[in-house]
Design a protein around this ligand. Structure first.
Ligand SMILES: Nc1ncnc2c1ncn2[C@@H]1O[C@H](COP(=O)(O)OP(=O)(O)OP(=O)(O)O)[C@@H](O)[C@H]1O
Ligand SMILES: [Mg+2]
Length: 370
């Protein structure tokens, strides 16, 4: 393969279940060694996409290429079986065989493929070393912790030295602490072995921490593809903005543009003049078009008195309540018809009903068109 060539390429992939379009024109290219995550709410088509790549579902439209080989093409009638695709898989339910040792669990796939004994031994031990289980090779799988079992599943997926490993929520059965630890270990292992990885999760922090690139999906359709920073800082639409982290979303109208910034007018309801804000984004939007302002809670400042110097966008509000969250305070503020979430790290004594001023910089406001 030459540089720049994809290891996995999906071209307008479609999969229907009856009338439901579970995967809707998904086009995606994954580079060799890349860690790409499919992220989205339950039922958005993540598993179905992965199963199409694995050869466990037959696409109704589009092509799938792995390396240089077309492994599925609806138009050409090509469909390779899973075992002919050189892919490893790790699923949520890490079914390890209880009547076998750790070694035998991992070696099993090589045995059924009739690999010679010395190859089986060498590859199995290498896989176990990579996942940190070499010491436990002779232990029965029933006598392992959840995290250790998950590592057996991982070793089983990489023992064939596949080009690509597919992961479907592999950590979701683990407790929170172990899950975080395994995230780090999995990424380290992935980097070390250089395996191209396609990972599925509905957990946004997992996706942001682990991935080179994140593919956000909703209802079978890709909403955005980007690196974690881009997905967080520049969500492509209101769905991505609210699914990744927390965002305050307010509908308004585009009324002007100057340089990088666009001017928006946000109605605040009866008795309040509309809020005028400057924000970034809004590319392609026409004057007078309905747009959505997105501002993250951590980007809004709370002032007890009206600020005397320029602070960017400014509005008045009334404290609804505050919640203490350990390292910061989360405050809900009513501004006209809107309820805004604000994150505060300095501990003002804010009382419900208290009048406050809210500000955010233009570069922290994002104008979205859908
Ligand atoms: N075998 C099937 N038969 C019929 N419908 C299916 C089948 N598999 C999935 N679906 C439907 O296709 C859609 C996508 O399902 P999929 O399992 O890909 O979602 P997902 O993103 O993996 O969700 P989750 O986060 O809950 O695992 C859902 O509406 C689901 O009900
Ligand atoms: Mg799923």
């Amino acid at each position: 393969m030459s540089a720049g060539e994809a290891m996995v390429a999906l071209d307008r992939l479609n999969k229907y279940f009856g009338a439901e379009r579970a995967v809707n024109d998904v086009t995606l290219s994954v580079a060799p060694g890349e860690f790409v995550t499919l992220l989205g709410p339950s039922g958005c088509g993540k598993t179905t996409t992965l199963r199409c790549i694995a050869g466990l579902e037959r696409p109704d439209g589009g092509d799938i290429r792995i390396g240089r080989q077309t492994v599925a093409s609806a138009s050409q009638g090509v469909y390779l079986n899973p075992e002919d695709r050189n892919i490893g898989m790790v699923f949520q339910s890490y079914a390890v065989w209880p009547h076998m040792t750790v070694f035998e669990n991992v070696a099993y796939g090589l045995r059924v493929r009739r690999a010679p004994g010395h190859v089986i031994k060498q590859r199995t031990m290498r896989a176990l070393e990579l996942v940190g289980l070499a010491q436990l090779a002779e232990r029965y799988a029933t006598k392992l912790s959840g995290g250790q079992r998950q590592r057996v599943a991982l070793a089983r997926a990489i023992v064939y030295e596949p080009k690509v490993v597919l992961f479907d929520e592999p950590l979701s059965n683990l407790d929170a602490k172990l899950r975080e630890q395994m995230r780090v270990e999995l990424v380290r292992l992935q980097r070390e072995v250089g395996i191209t990885s396609i990972y599925v999760t509905h957990d946004q922090s997992e996706a942001l921490v682990m991935s080179d690139r994140v593919v956000v999906m909703n209802k079978g359709v890709i909403q955005q593809i980007g690196d974690p920073q881009a997905i967080y800082a520049r969500p492509a639409n209101a769905f991505v903005a609210s699914f990744i982290g927390v965002a305050n979303l307010m509908q308004g109208t585009l009324i002007g543009r100057s340089g990088e910034l666009c001017e928006m007018e946000i109605p605040l309801g009866e008795g309040r003049s509309p809020l005028r804000v400057s924000a970034v984004g809004g590319e392609g939007a026409a004057m007078g078009q309905t747009v959505i302002l997105s501002v993250r809670p951590e980007d809004i400042l709370v002032h007890l008195k009206a600020p005397e110097t320029a602070v960017g966008n400014l509005t008045e509000g009334q404290v609804i309540d505050t919640v203490y969250l350990g390292n910061f305070l989360e405050c809900r503020v009513r501004a006209g018809t809107h309820e805004l979430g604000v994150q505060i790290d300095h501990f003002e004594n804010l009382q419900p009903g208290q009048k406050v001023h809210l500000s955010f910089k233009p570069e922290h406001g994002l104008c979205l068109t859908g």
